[in-house]
Design a binder for this molecule. Structure first.
Ligand code: NAD
Length: 284
């Protein structure tokens, strides 16, 4: 048994000569060398239960609404004795998600399970949504009432960007200084996917120099983040401890799903392939 961030490398897999299966009690599997496991005949499964995707989508909505409506700032303002004074029309003025006169454009990077759940919720707010996912057919994106967009155009256009891609060689540092420079000054960036997709040092630079308005992070390059992480000093970032999806129901479902995977594997059940095996294309 390892924790979810433990790096399962080719070397460690090769030394575990009796190992037949890795059953992850998480959705992401970026800490496992899946290619090496496949070469060694080791099955890798995860537990991407619906309550996890839905939970992350709701957690992301919490970030969106809190940051857009400046809930923290207003709370601090009132607790400091403030009320409906002039400052409310500067620092404390919020924005609307709804499309139209004052509506915002949301950019979603990754049109997978979580990205789609989030989109459904944002559509409920009548938001204007642009999606970047080169692995999904444009028609499918448009059928879901979103616009397909090129990566760079999305960075430039969006008022709010939310990341829902796996961490891998292609997505590591997907958002670094050059990308942050292209975003709007009022842009809010949220990452509930994996640390490392946004370059943290560059994000600190962008937040400190007000290149973007703010950020919300559920995930970090190093978890738990080190005590001297400069993000802790910033007011324009909202941080949570990699638990965007956390509900008791979700934990239970994930635990049951992990156990089911092990039973399915041991009983050679076809069900093992049905929901949880990694690399299965869930999407189309
Ligand atoms: P998913 O596999 O269903 O969807 C990922 C999507 O990303 C796919 O549509 C894929 O085509 C797209 N994609 C891959 N590479 C891309 C790239 N380079 N550019 C643009 N799009 C790309 O995954 P999911 O279930 O939606 O989860 C997304 C990620 O969220 C997971 O990989 C995991 O790391 C993370 N996650 C975090 C938490 C949490 O607690 N914060 C919980 C669950 C999952």
């Amino acid at each position: 048994i390892a924790n979810r961030a433990t790096q399962i490398t080719r070397k460690s897999l090769e030394s575990a000569t009796d190992l037949r299966m890795i059953a992850k009690y998480t959705n992401g599997y970026d800490n496992v060398d899946v290619k090496a496991a496949s070469n060694l005949g080791i099955v890798v499964v995860n537990s991407p239960t619906e309550s996890n995707w839905g939970g992350v989508a709701e957690g992301t909505m919490a970030y969106i609404l809190c940051l857009l409506k400046k809930v923290r700032e207003k709370d601090r303002h009132v607790k400091n004795g403030g009320w409906r004074d002039q400052s409310l029309f500067g620092t404390y003025v919020g924005s609307r998600l709804s499309d139209g006169y004052e509506g915002l454009t949301i950019g979603i990077i990754g049109f997978g399970r979580i990205g789609r759940k989030l989109i459904k919720r944002c559509l409920g707010f009548e938001a204007n949504i642009h999606v970047y996912d080169p692995f999904v057919n444009k028609q499918i994106i448009e059928n879901n009432k979103c616009n397909e967009i090129d990566f760079t155009d999305g960075l430039v256009l969006a008022d709010f960007i939310s990341i829902h891609v796996p961490l891998n060689k292609e997505t590591e540092n997907l958002i670094a200084k050059e990308e942050l420079k292209q975003m709007k000054e009022n842009c809010i960036l949220v990452n509930t996917a994996r640390g490392g997709i946004i370059n943290e040092k560059d994000l600190v630079w962008a937040l400190t120099n007000k290149k973007i308005y703010g950020a919300g992070l559920d995930v970090f390059e190093t978890e738990p983040p080190l005590k001297d992480n400069p993000l802790f000093q910033l007011d324009n970032v909202l941080l949570t401890p990699h638990n965007a999806a956390l509900t008791l129901e979700c934990r239970k479902r994930m635990a049951v799903e992990t156990c089911e995977n092990i039973v399915y594997y041991l009983t050679k059940s076809d069900l093992l392939n049905k929901n949880n095996i990694i690399n299965k294309n869930y999407l189309n």
